[in-house]
Design a protein around this ligand. Structure first.
Ligand code: GLA
Length: 360
């Protein structure tokens, strides 16, 4: 019987947080990380649409599911969602899906998109559906958004499917057009988990932020928040304080992504650091998705002398990302670890000799 194995990476978002909701449709700039989820699918004897799901990370305990199941608020929902979306293209036989992953869960580096993209890729291979990488990203998003019920944007699935190691993916979430940008060879992308898990599927904070952006859009009478720019910021003064701050984060964050790309092209590290620091302040004060443990890591980084540090991902826990000169990465981490004993270094992702190689 046929079988197929595929993998997909986790991601770090360099800048552009919470700009990718359907209500916002702004820009994001994520990069893939050297952590992967691998999914092996194997055709089995049995009723079509029956799924036997096992994960090495959960002791290879088999879970029996079916593509017709309703969501059960269990991690296997992600697999059921992907299989259900794929079943529109090809009739699925009974399947065994085996998962293996070194992606840290709850760190804000999108373990869920790595799982969904790897699953859709594996099913694509098994059924010879010939879906391209964009279609795979959209289907993985549909599984997480429509089936699992996380009101997420499309950033994570796109970078897991289309990202290139050592490069940032500038994605316009309105037009879904994208471009790859090489990251500086002299910079280490450092990720530090604060010790408090983030969980989008069960966390109500993310859903609430999506609702607040929807309200801002309604009150402003626009189709998407990111169609507004610098010159429109004055319009926000008519909004209630909380909604005004949420909208201000989204609009300014979108502008920061575009400025960051220019700074990246010009090799302007000072400007990059300013923009990353401003992104963190905006997430903390306007969007209110940070927590004290994350702010403490960002402040430690500043005390060390690195301003380019900010909360990464959906927030309410998880990790910071910091852009640190490679030759200072070890000293920087020793300093952070000493001041924040509960924190963990989850990646020392640094570029090697060529743009397409990276070292963990
Ligand atoms: C999560 C979501 C993304 C995005 C980020 C915040 O990772 O899955 O779509 O909204 O949060 O930038």
């Amino acid at each position: 019987m046929s079988q197929f194995t595929a993998k997909a990476p986790a991601r770090a978002n360099i800048i552009g947080e919470h700009t990718d909701y359907a209500t916002n449709q702004g820009h994001v700039l994520p990069t893939p990380l050297p952590f992967h989820t691998t999914v092996s699918v194997r055709e089995m004897a049995g009723t079509a649409g029956r799924l036997t799901i096992l994960s090495e990370n959960y002791g290879n305990q088999p879970h029996e599911r079916d593509i017709s199941d309703e969501p059960r608020h269990h991690w296997t929902d992600y697999l059921v969602g992907c299989a259900r979306v794929m079943s529109r293209n090809a009739k699925l036989p009974a399947l065994e899906l085996k998962i293996k992953s070194d992606v840290p869960i709850g760190s804000g580096i999108s373990s869920s998109a790595a799982l969904c993209v790897a699953t859709v890729r594996a099913l694509n291979g098994l059924t010879a559906a010939h879906l391209d990488d964009e279609r795979i990203a959209l289907m993985a998003h549909e599984a997480e958004h429509d089936y699992v019920g996380v009101p997420c944007g499309k950033m994570d699935q796109f970078v897991a499917s289309l990202g290139r190691p050592g490069q940032a993916l500038l994605l316009n979430t309105k037009t879904m057009t994208y471009r790859h940008y090489p990251l500086s060879m002299n910079t280490a992308v450092m990720l530090v988990n604060c010790g408090k898990k983030h969980d989008l599927a069960n966390g109500s904070g993310y859903k609430q932020r999506v609702a607040e952006c929807t309200e801002a859009r309604r009150l402003l009478g626009v189709t998407t928040l990111c169609e507004l720019g610098h010159k429109d910021l004055g319009r926000l003064s008519t909004l209630p304080d909380l909604i005004r701050r949420r909208a201000r984060h989204v609009i300014t964050e979108n502008l920061r992504v575009l400025e960051f790309v220019t700074a990246l092209e010009e090799g302007d590290m000072e400007r990059q650091a300013d923009l990353i620091a401003a992104s963190h302040a905006s997430q903390r004060d306007d969007f209110e998705v940070s927590i004290p443990e994350i702010d403490a890591l960002v402040e430690s980084s500043k005390r060390y002398g690195i301003r380019a540090a900010r909360l990464v991902g959906g927030g309410f826990g998880g990790s910071i990302i910091a852009l640190v000169p490679r030759d200072q990465a070890v000293a920087w981490w020793s300093f952070i670890a000493k001041e924040n004993p509960d924190s963990q270094l989850i990646s020392t992702y640094a570029l090697k000799n060529s743009e397409n190689e990276y070292a963990a």
